[in-house]
Design a protein around this ligand. Sequence first.
Ligand code: HSE
Length: 347
Amino acid sequence: MRIILVGYGVVGKGVTTIIARRYAEKVKGYGFNPKIVAIADIDGAVINPRGLSPQKLEEIKQRGYPISKDPDFGRPGIPALDVIESVEAEVVVEVTPVNIKNAEPALSHITKAFKTGKHVVTTNKGPLALAMPALTELAEYNNVYLRFSGTVGGGTPMLEFAKRCLAGDRILAIRGILNGTTNYILTEMSQNGVGFQEALANAQKLGYAEREPSMDIDGCDTACKVVILSNWIMNQKITLKDVDRTGIRNVSLEALDEAAKRGNTIKLIGSIDEGKPTVKPTEIPKNHPLCVSGVLNAITFSTEYAAEQTLIGRGAGGIETASAVLRDLLDIRHKLANRMLNNNSES
Ligand code: HSE
Protein backbone atom coordinates (compact mmCIF):
# COMPACT_ATOMS: atom_id res chain seq x y z
CA MET A 1 0.00 0.00 0.00
CA ARG A 2 1.56 3.29 -1.13
CA ILE A 3 0.82 6.24 1.11
CA ILE A 4 1.10 10.00 0.64
CA LEU A 5 1.32 11.72 4.02
CA VAL A 6 0.06 15.30 3.99
CA GLY A 7 0.96 17.28 7.11
CA TYR A 8 4.05 16.78 9.22
CA GLY A 9 3.07 17.98 12.69
CA VAL A 10 2.81 15.90 15.83
CA VAL A 11 0.39 13.37 14.28
CA GLY A 12 2.31 13.19 10.97
CA LYS A 13 5.53 12.41 12.80
CA GLY A 14 3.66 9.80 14.87
CA VAL A 15 2.45 8.16 11.64
CA THR A 16 5.98 7.86 10.22
CA THR A 17 7.25 6.50 13.55
CA ILE A 18 4.54 3.85 13.79
CA ILE A 19 4.84 2.79 10.15
CA ALA A 20 8.63 2.53 10.40
CA ARG A 21 8.33 0.47 13.61
CA ARG A 22 5.40 -1.70 12.67
CA TYR A 23 6.71 -2.36 9.18
CA ALA A 24 9.13 -4.89 10.60
CA GLU A 25 6.67 -6.36 13.08
CA LYS A 26 2.99 -7.06 13.25
CA VAL A 27 1.87 -5.20 10.16
CA LYS A 28 3.73 -7.63 7.93
CA GLY A 29 1.76 -10.42 9.58
CA TYR A 30 -1.43 -8.86 8.18
CA GLY A 31 -0.06 -9.18 4.66
CA PHE A 32 0.07 -5.39 4.77
CA ASN A 33 3.09 -3.66 3.34
CA PRO A 34 2.75 0.10 3.87
CA LYS A 35 5.18 2.39 2.08
CA ILE A 36 5.25 6.14 2.54
CA VAL A 37 6.05 7.38 -0.96
CA ALA A 38 5.71 11.11 -0.19
CA ILE A 39 5.44 13.50 2.72
CA ALA A 40 4.02 16.92 1.87
CA ASP A 41 4.23 19.89 4.20
CA ILE A 42 3.94 23.67 3.77
CA ASP A 43 7.52 24.10 2.50
CA GLY A 44 7.36 21.37 -0.14
CA ALA A 45 7.75 17.62 -0.06
CA VAL A 46 9.97 14.57 0.15
CA ILE A 47 9.14 12.08 -2.61
CA ASN A 48 10.45 8.62 -3.37
CA PRO A 49 8.09 6.55 -5.53
CA ARG A 50 9.79 3.36 -4.27
CA GLY A 51 8.98 4.24 -0.65
CA LEU A 52 10.90 6.19 2.00
CA SER A 53 12.87 3.68 4.06
CA PRO A 54 12.53 3.57 7.88
CA GLN A 55 16.07 5.02 8.05
CA LYS A 56 15.12 7.90 5.75
CA LEU A 57 11.94 8.55 7.76
CA GLU A 58 14.04 8.75 10.94
CA GLU A 59 16.57 11.03 9.21
CA ILE A 60 13.79 13.40 8.11
CA LYS A 61 12.40 13.48 11.64
CA GLN A 62 15.81 14.18 13.20
CA ARG A 63 16.63 16.93 10.69
CA GLY A 64 13.27 18.68 11.29
CA TYR A 65 11.89 21.57 9.26
CA PRO A 66 11.89 22.29 6.42
CA ILE A 67 11.47 18.68 5.32
CA SER A 68 11.95 19.51 1.62
CA LYS A 69 15.65 20.17 2.07
CA ASP A 70 16.29 16.42 2.14
CA PRO A 71 19.36 15.96 -0.12
CA ASP A 72 18.08 12.76 -1.76
CA PHE A 73 14.36 13.21 -2.23
CA GLY A 74 13.54 16.83 -1.25
CA ARG A 75 11.25 18.86 -3.57
CA PRO A 76 11.19 22.43 -2.20
CA GLY A 77 8.08 24.44 -3.03
CA ILE A 78 5.94 21.70 -4.55
CA PRO A 79 2.34 22.19 -3.30
CA ALA A 80 0.62 19.33 -1.50
CA LEU A 81 -2.15 19.34 -4.14
CA ASP A 82 0.43 18.65 -6.87
CA VAL A 83 1.92 15.85 -4.81
CA ILE A 84 -1.51 14.27 -4.33
CA GLU A 85 -2.25 14.56 -8.05
CA SER A 86 1.09 13.46 -9.48
CA VAL A 87 2.49 10.82 -7.12
CA GLU A 88 1.14 7.30 -7.58
CA ALA A 89 -0.36 5.96 -4.35
CA GLU A 90 -3.38 4.12 -3.01
CA VAL A 91 -4.02 6.24 0.09
CA VAL A 92 -3.63 9.86 1.21
CA VAL A 93 -3.20 10.33 4.97
CA GLU A 94 -4.36 13.89 5.71
CA VAL A 95 -3.14 15.22 9.08
CA THR A 96 -2.85 18.99 8.58
CA PRO A 97 -4.04 21.38 11.36
CA VAL A 98 -7.77 21.79 12.02
CA ASN A 99 -9.58 24.79 10.55
CA ILE A 100 -13.29 25.06 11.28
CA LYS A 101 -13.85 28.27 9.31
CA ASN A 102 -13.54 26.76 5.85
CA ALA A 103 -11.79 23.41 6.52
CA GLU A 104 -8.87 24.34 4.27
CA PRO A 105 -6.37 23.19 3.16
CA ALA A 106 -7.57 19.75 4.24
CA LEU A 107 -10.85 19.92 2.31
CA SER A 108 -9.04 20.53 -0.99
CA HIS A 109 -6.50 17.79 -0.21
CA ILE A 110 -9.27 15.27 0.45
CA THR A 111 -11.34 16.14 -2.61
CA LYS A 112 -8.23 16.07 -4.82
CA ALA A 113 -7.39 12.62 -3.45
CA PHE A 114 -10.91 11.35 -4.22
CA LYS A 115 -10.86 12.77 -7.72
CA THR A 116 -7.55 11.03 -8.44
CA GLY A 117 -8.91 7.70 -7.16
CA LYS A 118 -7.12 7.64 -3.81
CA HIS A 119 -8.58 6.51 -0.50
CA VAL A 120 -8.28 8.95 2.42
CA VAL A 121 -7.48 8.51 6.09
CA THR A 122 -7.74 11.71 8.07
CA THR A 123 -7.49 12.86 11.68
CA ASN A 124 -8.64 16.33 10.67
CA LYS A 125 -12.02 17.26 12.17
CA GLY A 126 -12.51 20.42 10.06
CA PRO A 127 -13.65 18.88 6.76
CA LEU A 128 -15.87 16.38 8.57
CA ALA A 129 -17.46 18.97 10.84
CA LEU A 130 -18.28 21.27 7.93
CA ALA A 131 -18.94 18.91 5.03
CA MET A 132 -19.22 15.31 6.15
CA PRO A 133 -22.42 14.40 4.23
CA ALA A 134 -20.96 15.83 0.99
CA LEU A 135 -17.58 14.15 1.55
CA THR A 136 -19.03 10.71 2.18
CA GLU A 137 -21.11 11.06 -1.01
CA LEU A 138 -18.07 12.17 -3.00
CA ALA A 139 -16.07 9.20 -1.70
CA GLU A 140 -18.85 6.81 -2.74
CA TYR A 141 -19.14 8.47 -6.14
CA ASN A 142 -15.41 8.01 -6.74
CA ASN A 143 -15.51 4.45 -5.36
CA VAL A 144 -12.93 5.17 -2.65
CA TYR A 145 -12.95 4.93 1.15
CA LEU A 146 -12.85 7.76 3.67
CA ARG A 147 -11.74 6.79 7.19
CA PHE A 148 -11.38 9.09 10.20
CA SER A 149 -11.06 6.98 13.32
CA GLY A 150 -8.55 9.37 14.95
CA THR A 151 -10.95 12.33 14.85
CA VAL A 152 -12.93 11.14 17.89
CA GLY A 153 -11.15 9.72 20.94
CA GLY A 154 -7.61 9.97 19.50
CA GLY A 155 -6.25 6.43 19.82
CA THR A 156 -9.34 5.17 21.69
CA PRO A 157 -11.53 3.36 19.15
CA MET A 158 -14.82 5.09 19.97
CA LEU A 159 -16.19 5.11 16.43
CA GLU A 160 -15.25 1.47 15.78
CA PHE A 161 -16.64 0.36 19.14
CA ALA A 162 -20.01 1.86 18.30
CA LYS A 163 -20.05 0.79 14.67
CA ARG A 164 -18.70 -2.73 15.00
CA CYS A 165 -18.97 -3.98 18.59
CA LEU A 166 -22.47 -2.59 19.06
CA ALA A 167 -23.67 -3.65 15.61
CA GLY A 168 -27.02 -5.39 15.92
CA ASP A 169 -27.98 -3.33 18.95
CA ARG A 170 -29.59 0.09 18.66
CA ILE A 171 -27.76 3.10 20.06
CA LEU A 172 -30.36 5.35 21.64
CA ALA A 173 -28.12 8.07 23.02
CA ILE A 174 -24.45 9.05 23.25
CA ARG A 175 -22.85 11.14 25.99
CA GLY A 176 -19.16 11.83 26.24
CA ILE A 177 -16.24 13.81 27.56
CA LEU A 178 -14.64 14.27 24.17
CA ASN A 179 -12.09 17.00 24.83
CA GLY A 180 -8.99 16.43 26.97
CA THR A 181 -8.10 20.10 27.45
CA THR A 182 -11.42 21.13 29.00
CA ASN A 183 -11.50 17.98 31.10
CA TYR A 184 -8.03 18.80 32.41
CA ILE A 185 -9.09 22.38 33.20
CA LEU A 186 -12.28 21.32 35.01
CA THR A 187 -10.39 18.61 36.91
CA GLU A 188 -7.70 21.10 38.05
CA MET A 189 -10.38 23.57 39.09
CA SER A 190 -12.51 21.07 41.01
CA GLN A 191 -9.79 18.92 42.59
CA ASN A 192 -7.03 21.46 43.20
CA GLY A 193 -8.88 24.78 43.33
CA VAL A 194 -6.78 26.13 40.41
CA GLY A 195 -8.30 29.14 38.60
CA PHE A 196 -9.56 28.88 35.01
CA GLN A 197 -6.75 30.90 33.35
CA GLU A 198 -3.96 29.10 35.20
CA ALA A 199 -5.48 25.70 34.39
CA LEU A 200 -5.74 26.69 30.71
CA ALA A 201 -2.08 27.80 30.63
CA ASN A 202 -1.07 24.43 32.15
CA ALA A 203 -3.14 22.55 29.55
CA GLN A 204 -1.41 24.47 26.76
CA LYS A 205 2.00 23.58 28.22
CA LEU A 206 1.01 19.90 28.18
CA GLY A 207 0.44 20.18 24.42
CA TYR A 208 -3.16 18.96 24.36
CA ALA A 209 -4.83 22.29 23.64
CA GLU A 210 -5.59 23.30 20.06
CA ARG A 211 -3.51 26.10 18.54
CA GLU A 212 -6.52 28.36 19.02
CA PRO A 213 -7.64 27.70 22.66
CA SER A 214 -11.19 28.84 21.90
CA MET A 215 -11.57 25.60 19.90
CA ASP A 216 -11.36 23.71 23.18
CA ILE A 217 -12.87 26.00 25.81
CA ASP A 218 -15.81 27.21 23.73
CA GLY A 219 -16.72 23.62 22.94
CA CYS A 220 -16.00 23.74 19.17
CA ASP A 221 -13.68 20.72 19.27
CA THR A 222 -16.31 18.72 21.18
CA ALA A 223 -18.99 19.91 18.75
CA CYS A 224 -16.92 18.69 15.76
CA LYS A 225 -16.74 15.27 17.42
CA VAL A 226 -20.49 15.29 18.11
CA VAL A 227 -21.09 15.96 14.38
CA ILE A 228 -18.89 13.01 13.41
CA LEU A 229 -20.56 10.67 15.93
CA SER A 230 -23.99 11.83 14.90
CA ASN A 231 -23.40 11.26 11.18
CA TRP A 232 -21.36 8.07 11.38
CA ILE A 233 -23.10 6.30 14.24
CA MET A 234 -26.62 7.74 14.29
CA ASN A 235 -27.00 8.09 10.49
CA GLN A 236 -27.75 11.81 10.64
CA LYS A 237 -26.64 14.37 8.06
CA ILE A 238 -25.59 17.32 10.19
CA THR A 239 -22.81 19.90 10.21
CA LEU A 240 -21.29 22.07 12.93
CA LYS A 241 -23.99 24.74 12.77
CA ASP A 242 -26.60 22.17 13.88
CA VAL A 243 -24.96 21.63 17.28
CA ASP A 244 -26.33 23.57 20.27
CA ARG A 245 -23.02 24.56 21.93
CA THR A 246 -21.92 26.13 25.21
CA GLY A 247 -18.28 26.09 26.39
CA ILE A 248 -16.76 26.16 29.87
CA ARG A 249 -15.81 29.86 30.21
CA ASN A 250 -18.61 30.47 32.73
CA VAL A 251 -17.99 27.44 34.94
CA SER A 252 -16.84 28.92 38.26
CA LEU A 253 -14.99 27.43 41.22
CA GLU A 254 -18.14 28.17 43.25
CA ALA A 255 -20.36 26.16 40.88
CA LEU A 256 -17.92 23.24 41.09
CA ASP A 257 -17.96 23.46 44.93
CA GLU A 258 -21.75 23.46 44.98
CA ALA A 259 -21.86 20.42 42.68
CA ALA A 260 -19.32 18.64 44.91
CA LYS A 261 -21.64 19.07 47.93
CA ARG A 262 -24.21 17.00 45.99
CA GLY A 263 -21.61 14.29 45.21
CA ASN A 264 -21.36 15.58 41.64
CA THR A 265 -18.98 17.48 39.41
CA ILE A 266 -19.28 19.51 36.21
CA LYS A 267 -17.95 18.15 32.91
CA LEU A 268 -18.15 19.42 29.34
CA ILE A 269 -20.48 16.83 27.83
CA GLY A 270 -21.08 16.30 24.14
CA SER A 271 -24.29 14.39 23.59
CA ILE A 272 -26.78 13.14 21.06
CA ASP A 273 -30.08 12.48 22.77
CA GLU A 274 -33.31 11.95 20.84
CA GLY A 275 -31.34 13.01 17.78
CA LYS A 276 -30.41 16.39 19.29
CA PRO A 277 -26.68 17.23 19.17
CA THR A 278 -25.58 19.31 22.17
CA VAL A 279 -22.39 20.45 23.90
CA LYS A 280 -22.68 21.97 27.34
CA PRO A 281 -21.24 21.90 30.88
CA THR A 282 -23.28 19.30 32.73
CA GLU A 283 -23.42 18.13 36.33
CA ILE A 284 -22.74 14.40 36.61
CA PRO A 285 -22.32 12.06 39.61
CA LYS A 286 -18.69 11.57 40.62
CA ASN A 287 -19.24 7.82 40.69
CA HIS A 288 -20.59 7.59 37.12
CA PRO A 289 -18.19 5.67 34.81
CA LEU A 290 -18.14 8.71 32.52
CA CYS A 291 -16.60 10.84 35.26
CA VAL A 292 -12.90 10.55 34.32
CA SER A 293 -10.17 12.98 35.40
CA GLY A 294 -7.35 14.91 33.76
CA VAL A 295 -6.96 14.72 29.99
CA LEU A 296 -8.81 11.42 29.66
CA ASN A 297 -11.83 11.10 27.38
CA ALA A 298 -14.83 8.85 28.02
CA ILE A 299 -17.97 8.00 26.11
CA THR A 300 -21.16 6.22 27.14
CA PHE A 301 -23.39 4.59 24.56
CA SER A 302 -26.93 3.90 25.80
CA THR A 303 -28.27 0.98 23.86
CA GLU A 304 -31.56 -0.84 23.52
CA TYR A 305 -30.32 -4.27 24.64
CA ALA A 306 -26.83 -3.95 26.15
CA ALA A 307 -27.76 -0.95 28.35
CA GLU A 308 -24.88 1.47 29.00
CA GLN A 309 -21.41 0.81 27.61
CA THR A 310 -18.61 3.19 28.54
CA LEU A 311 -15.23 3.43 26.86
CA ILE A 312 -12.36 5.39 28.46
CA GLY A 313 -9.01 6.35 26.98
CA ARG A 314 -6.59 9.03 25.86
CA GLY A 315 -8.31 11.33 23.42
CA ALA A 316 -5.25 13.07 22.02
CA GLY A 317 -1.50 12.81 21.54
CA GLY A 318 0.62 12.29 18.40
CA ILE A 319 1.47 8.63 18.70
CA GLU A 320 -1.97 7.71 20.12
CA THR A 321 -3.76 9.40 17.24
CA ALA A 322 -1.30 7.90 14.75
CA SER A 323 -2.32 4.45 16.02
CA ALA A 324 -5.85 5.27 14.82
CA VAL A 325 -4.40 6.06 11.37
CA LEU A 326 -2.78 2.63 11.26
CA ARG A 327 -6.11 1.06 12.27
CA ASP A 328 -7.82 2.86 9.37
CA LEU A 329 -5.12 1.81 6.91
CA LEU A 330 -5.61 -1.81 7.95
CA ASP A 331 -9.36 -1.43 7.55
CA ILE A 332 -8.93 -0.12 4.00
CA ARG A 333 -6.49 -2.91 3.25
CA HIS A 334 -9.07 -5.41 4.48
CA LYS A 335 -11.86 -3.83 2.42
CA LEU A 336 -9.70 -3.82 -0.72
CA ALA A 337 -8.84 -7.49 -0.21
CA ASN A 338 -12.58 -8.29 0.07
CA ARG A 339 -13.30 -6.28 -3.05
CA MET A 340 -10.70 -8.31 -4.94
CA LEU A 341 -12.16 -11.59 -3.68
CA ASN A 342 -15.67 -10.55 -4.76
CA ASN A 343 -14.46 -9.43 -8.17
CA ASN A 344 -12.63 -12.73 -8.67
CA SER A 345 -15.64 -14.80 -7.62
CA GLU A 346 -17.88 -12.82 -10.01
CA SER A 347 -15.51 -13.21 -12.97
N1 HSE B 1 -7.55 19.68 21.72
C1 HSE B 1 -8.10 18.35 21.67
C2 HSE B 1 -8.33 17.88 23.09
C3 HSE B 1 -7.17 17.45 20.91
O1 HSE B 1 -7.92 18.57 24.02
O2 HSE B 1 -8.93 16.83 23.29
C4 HSE B 1 -7.79 16.16 20.44
O3 HSE B 1 -8.85 16.34 19.57
